[in-house]
Write a protein of this length. Sequence first.
Length: 262
Amino acid sequence: MADIRELWDDVARSVAFLSRIPVPDRYFRGYDGRLGRAVRAFPLAGILITLPAAVIAILLGALHASSLFNAFLVVAVQAMVTGALHEDALGDTADGFGGGRDRENALEIMKDSRIGTYGAVALILSFGLRVSALAAFLPLLSATAGGIALLATAALSRAAMVWHWSRLPPARRGGVAASAGVPEPGAASFALGSGVLLALVLFFLAGIPTVAVLLSFAAFGLAVPGFTRIASRKLGGHTGDTIGATQQLTEIAVLGALALAI
């Protein structure tokens, strides 16, 4: 019982870290703000964070609303619940990687709150690819199955964040990711394993074809280490922005795989 309670505490703290959902103060009494162990709950937190968007997808699907309207609203609700946290990270990462002359210049650009051309293009592509992918496969599933597929994608994309985070050292001192600590090896393994297992179960419940599931996991397995290698080459480590960008890139990859294979 104590282990379950501790896991739930980590889920609540992860929800607070990854979204704008209010979390009761009792979960933070005596808490030092470090996420080394709490990252194990990221996939579960991702499911809770995405639940409002999944409900919207189910309701609009049941009402036979336009698939494009449904897709836009789903993505809009996700951005509202997270406060566009991951989108902001993607934009900053694109600006830093695209415009940075060297490591230090890239890190400096990523700290700038202003958005540049690379960031704007990355955000346009992120929203466009996710909306078009959702609009492509949601009409081919039942309303409930479409919502469940969103939850599976959420679990995988939050596990991807921990995978990226745990594979690289902090690129700068004093950043959000550095102050949050390094994922404990056991917590990182738990996040990755639970994210994959939860996604498998949810895909099964949604009745997703086997080829689509396999392609989704292949996209997940290629996107995360691929981007992690790019971040290592560009920055020599991770930042809060690259962790958030990993979530976005994984979500795009998995949704795109579902759109191609369903």
